[in-house]
Ligand binder design. Structure first.
Ligand code: SF4
Length: 264
């Protein structure tokens, strides 16, 4: 008799094995999402996952849900259209930092400003992984990438501050080492009405790690264990990430305010 797996209802086994590199955190991020989704009790027939382009964007192809792999940076406007077309849907955007905060940055801030009812899960690996490890809007100051071999000279986005400052009603950050807490945060975001944002700090040992003395996924996880500090309720403006510095994680924002559509 064929054995079933608890995630069979949500994961597309026919698409496995996935394309992600050994030590990449994306599999763990996806597992936390699937687990949170199953526990949320949401009607899976009404859950839609939208991603843009990039390593994280492949998530949309691995879930047994209505899902859309959209053009680069356009996951949020696509998701907004879905929500407008059918307000009964639970719309989840699952994409990377380059896709959401770089190429799609304008869509991110305006969807948060409008408080569109959607959940955005942003996996931050500090570079554009799929296209060769280029500098991203989240690359820490002085970090090396394929396009900043002498060290990044640009100040990076602090994504929780960006989301909160733009109007998000729920903002949290966890690393992929914090599997239970990450799963819980995604679960809270899924049932939160309004624009909810979860940043997931994830290893990219193949590119970002190789350039910054973190060549193995295990080294990244050790770094997360040693340098993560849980500060629930931290002011988002104080949670910048510096190269080799502390990573402040936790739930930073959980407020109520009118959702786009309710104000009309
Ligand atoms: S390039 Fe980086 S982000 Fe992409 S799959 Fe490999 S480790 Fe993961």
């Amino acid at each position: 008799m064929a054995e079933s797996h608890p995630m069979d209802a949500v994961l597309r086994q026919d698409r496995l094995p996935h394309i992600w590199c050994p030590g990449c955190g994306l599999g763990t991020a996806l597992t936390c999402f699937v687990s949170a989704l199953v526990k949320s009790g949401l009607d899976l027939d009404k859950v839609v996952v939208v991603s843009g382009i990039g390593c994280t964007g492949r998530v949309a192809g691995y879930v047994r849900l209505d899902s859309f792999h959209t053009t680069h940076g356009r996951a949020i406007p696509f998701a907004t259209g879905l929500k407008l077309g059918n307000p009964e849907l639970k719309v989840v955007v699952f994409s990377g930092d380059g896709d959401l905060a770089g190429i799609g940055g304008n869509h991110l801030i305006h969807a948060a400003r409008r408080n569109v009812d959607m959940t955005v899960i942003c996996v931050n690996n500090f570079n554009y992984g799929m296209t060769g490890g280029q500098l991203a809007p989240t690359t820490p100051l002085h970090a090396r990438t394929s396009t900043s071999p002498r060290g990044n000279q640009e100040h990076p986005f602090n994504l929780p501050y960006l989301a909160a400052g733009s109007g998000a009603v729920y903002v949290a950050r966890w690393t992929v080492l914090h599997v239970r807490r990450l799963e819980k945060a995604i679960g809270e975001a899924l049932v939160k009405r309004g624009f909810s944002f979860v940043e997931v700090i994830s290893p990219c040992p193949t590119l970002y790690g190789r350039m910054n003395k973190l060549r193995e996924g295990l080294e990244h996880l050790r770094y997360y264990r040693e340098r993560s500090r849980i500060v629930h309720g931290a002011d988002p403006r104080d949670v910048d990430i510096e190269l080799s510095g502390d990573i402040i994680v936790g739930k930073f924002v959980d407020i109520e305010k009118p959702v786009w559509g309710d104000t009309q």
